[in-house]
Write a protein that binds this ligand. Structure first.
Ligand SMILES: [Fe+2]
Ligand SMILES: [Fe+2]
Length: 172
């Protein structure tokens, strides 16, 4: 884009570039959760599939929230290319453990942008990200609770079906 447009933004150019990276990460998360929904459907974890359909929509919502923010500040939001979506999981435990890994990575990325914005004196971007910082606390907590429930329930015998049924508790 033209340099003059970048200079007229109400946030820092560096922040915009980092936020475009975050748009991509949220789109990637949305795609991963859709792949997990597919795995759950094919392996008989129908409640978990519903959980991941909901997560897919939420991540898309996160992406659009950042996208719209970049529009509002006069920036240039980029529609992301999403590649390398894993569809192979060894178990439902693997699915939720991978989910936690992703959420932790997203949290780190958001914290990194907050710190960078602070360093740049970009108060607008820093304040915008407040919502995301708190959202990540909730998301990580949800997945940790599900993993705790899986550990308590155990995966032997009827355990797997009980796990799937109990995921309903986190559907709101
Ligand atoms: Fe997200
Ligand atoms: Fe998330």
């Amino acid at each position: 884009m033209k340099d003059i447009a970048r200079q007229n933004m109400s946030i820092k150019v560096e922040s915009m570039d980092l936020l475009n990276g975050q748009i991509k990460m949220e789109a990637h998360a949305s795609a991963i959760y859709l792949a997990m929904a597919s795995w759950c459907e094919q392996n008989g974890f129908f409640t978990s599939a519903k959980f991941f359909y909901k997560q897919t929509e939420e991540e898309r919502g996160h992406m659009m929230k950042i996208f719209q923010f970049l529009v509002d500040v006069g920036g240039n939001p980029i529609s992301p290319e999403v590649k390398n979506i894993n569809h192979d999981y060894s178990s439902i435990v693997d699915v939720f453990e991978t989910t936690l890994e992703h959420e932790v990575a997203v949290t780190k990325s958001i914290h990194n942008i907050v710190l960078k914005a602070r360093e740049l004196g970009d108060i607008t971007t820093e304040r915008f990200l407040d919502w995301f910082v708190l959202e990540q606390v909730e998301e990580e907590n949800t997945i940790r609770d599900i993993l705790d429930m899986i550990e308590v329930t155990g995966t032997e015998g009827v355990g797997l079906q009980m796990i799937d049924n109990k995921v309903n508790d986190w559907m709101e």
